[in-house]
Design a protein around this ligand. Structure first.
Ligand code: ATP
Ligand code: MG
Length: 252
């Protein structure tokens, strides 16, 4: 939450985005403080991924503005958002299927020496990054397309975290994961928070949201209909906000 004299790390004001006649997002405000974990929930098509794509520089909003540390920013694209410390694991993961784990991890920031790729160095750094997250991958030198959905998701998460970001956005990071892997991602969110990294966590699994977030933002048909501390929420209330007609903690 905003403190006096201390602007939010990230702030969206009055953001709207339409695709043809569909208002994917309609006048949405969104804030994020350092070390804050915000759960973003809503039914299918509510606008979660659209909001995240705006926060990560993939889409330009039709209306509204975006601020980082109080300064208005117009993202020129996803790379610009990354340069400003916003790393995103999109719902479709965004890995290059034919590339190996390390190549995917260091995509766009490859380790080179005398203009040559340092493959061994990248492999060992990748292995360390994954081990640090408690992620085991056997087919390390295989292209990621030969891995399970869950393993690919783990690589995508590791890639985001290894960039040393200020904000990590995870769009349904646990959807394809096995139970053990889900626990690791949830644990990782806690670690990021401890290091002052802000996290936006999208999930349809409400117990996960209730377990790891500080605040929950609810979207319904492109509008923000809920913005409340997690301690004030329970599953029934969140479901009511998602599919009912209630509104809490915001104006529509
Ligand atoms: N690129 C696009 N072109 C056209 N329509 C789009 C596009 N992206 C999103 N939409 C539409 O905007 C609305 C919001 O979609 P969005 O992907 O943001 O929802 P979501 O909350 O992430 O849903 P889900 O839980 O299924 O991932 C939907 O009606 C969707 O069909
Ligand atoms: Mg989505």
């Amino acid at each position: 939450m905003e403190q006096r004299g201390n602007p939010p790390l990230v702030e969206m004001k009055n953001v709207a985005k339409a695709f043809g006649g569909i208002h994917a997002l309609h006048k949405v405000d969104f804030q994020l403080a350092p070390g804050e974990v915000v759960g973003l929930v809503g039914d299918n098509g509510a606008g979660k991924s659209t909001l995240i794509k705006i926060l990560s520089g993939v889409y330009t909003p039709d209306e509204g503005s975006l601020y980082i540390n109080g300064k208005e920013i117009h993202f020129e694209g996803p790379r610009h958002a990354k340069e400003l410390g916003i790393e995103t694991v999109h719902q479709d993961r965004g890995l290059v299927p034919g590339f190996r784990v390390a190549d995917n991890l260091f995509l766009g920031r490859e380790q080179t020496r005398f203009g040559l790729l340092r493959l061994r160095k990248m492999d060992s750094m990748a292995q360390q990054a994954l081990a640090g997250l408690g992620i085991e991958i056997r087919s390390f030198r295989e292209p990621v397309m030969s891995m399970s959905g869950g393993q690919q998701q783990a690589v995508a998460v590791a890639r985001a975290v290894s960039a040393n970001p200020k904000v990590v956005i995870l769009d349904e990071p646990t959807a394809a994961l096995a139970v053990k892997e889900v626990a690791k991602v949830l644990d990782l969110i806690g670690q990021l928070k401890k290091h002052g990294v802000a996290v936006v966590f999208v999930s349809h699994v409400l117990p996960e949201i209730l377990a790891v977030t500080d605040r929950i933002v609810v979207l319904r048909r492109g509008q923000k209909v809920g913005d409340l501390p997690t301690r004030d929420a329970d599953q029934d209330l969140i479901v009511k906000l998602m599919i009912g007609s209630e509104v809490i903690g915001c104006e529509i």
